[in-house]
Design a protein around this ligand. Sequence first.
Ligand code: CUA
Length: 330
Amino acid sequence: MADNLNIHQIAVVPEQVTNIFKPLATPSESIYQISLLTLAICGVIFLIVGGLLVYTIIRFRTRSNDEQSEPPQIYGSNQIELAWTVFPILIVFVLILVTARTISDVQNATHPPDSLKVTVVGHQWWWEIRYPDLGIVTANELHVPVSDPAKPRRTVLKLQSADVAHSYWVPQLSGKVDLIPNRDNYMWFDPKQTGLYLGNCAEYCGTQHAHMLIRVIVHQQEEFDRWVLEQQKPAVDNREVTAGRKVFLSTSCVNCHTISGTIAGGKFGPDLTHLMSRDTLGAGAIKNTPNLLRAWVHDPQKLKEGCLMPDMQLSQQELDLIVAYLSTLK
Ligand code: CUA
């Protein structure tokens, strides 16, 4: 029963690791290249320093035939001091130049006019996702088309925050970009493969920062177009007046949630118009299954402690009706 659910048993297990060593878009690829260069330079420095240290330890160890007097003492060396000042400066200079060039390549990229524009708004603790050109509003799960080499297709995100600073990070697609109140930041990517990409909020933003998970679903273009058509439809059951719909619309659920075509027009929580098209609830905290949906509506605090959706103190009957209604929002 819902009351006995254990968060550790039901947490959504990532199907795919967020592997920074397997970049699948241009921005993440350039970051990966820099990290290899940095690793290589640091590796060489490590080998030189470590090698010299080991050599010195062995070569100049105490031997049985050592004379008791001290060896000749050397004070300072201008050449060596010059070398260990100049070389690090050169290395840092190279790293600065390469990094600056990569950042500028990624940030100043001009985007083709057919790029998909999406606005992502960070909230404590979920992501509002808007496609202004397509008239779609959803949450937490970002659907985008694949960018195949024959027909490149970019996605450009405008990042905003409704409350505190958050950070959008899907390692296989791009670097972290912060979402700052009263400011527009941008991020773009061109996913090279279809599939599920996972990420997480990367800026501590309060109690449930860890459960502010990101899912990016990359589709073939046709599949993406189908998804768009589905999302643009009104919620299936909206014209029928069912008992569940009545109960839902009579509770204060409507103050926080939108269901298009109804009086529910709240903006504080995720849009529920196509709730059942999403894989997870609570920004990836739990899977979207009938049992967990019921448990979530019953008392979200048990599944995502501290989240801003309260226990609505619904009766069992109201709960059944509301969940039945929500289940029709395909
Ligand atoms: Cu949002 Cu951390």
